[in-house]
Design a protein around this ligand. Structure first.
Ligand SMILES: [Zn+2]
Length: 115
């Protein structure tokens, strides 16, 4: 009996959470999305560093998101992007430049930036 109740309670919490977030979504979503995006940027930054070290790259050597696929196991997207591809959310240039959010709903103008 108890094992059947736990999934049911979890489902109820999820449903309650969804209806709540719709109610106050405009106020709460933006800061949360910003923080998630900044966390993603940190993961990408660390992946660039690992790529640089393991491949003995110079600071000025170029890097692509494809190069980082070995180091990023989860496909990351900016939660403000509305897209499912990492390429629509993030850009990397070389081994010394911080990754940037390039999503339409995010980007530096919305605070989606590493400092
Ligand atoms: Zn973003």
């Amino acid at each position: 009996m108890r094992s059947q109740m736990v999934p049911l309670l979890c489902s109820m919490l999820v449903l309650t959470g969804c209806s709540r977030s719709n109610h106050v979504g405009a106020i709460v979503a933006a800061p949360a999305n910003k923080q998630i995006c900044i966390n993603n940027l940190r993961v990408i930054e660390k992946a660039v560093l690992r790529f640089k070290i393991e491949h003995k790259k110079l600071d000025t050597d170029p890097v692509t998101l494809q190069d980082l696929s070995l180091y990023i196991t989860n496909r990351m997207v900016c939660p403000s992007s509305g897209s499912l591809t990492m390429e629509d959310s993030y850009a990397v240039t070389d081994c010394q430049t911080l990754p940037t959010c390039i999503s339409a709903g995010g980007g530096p103008s919305h605070g989606h930036v590493l400092k």
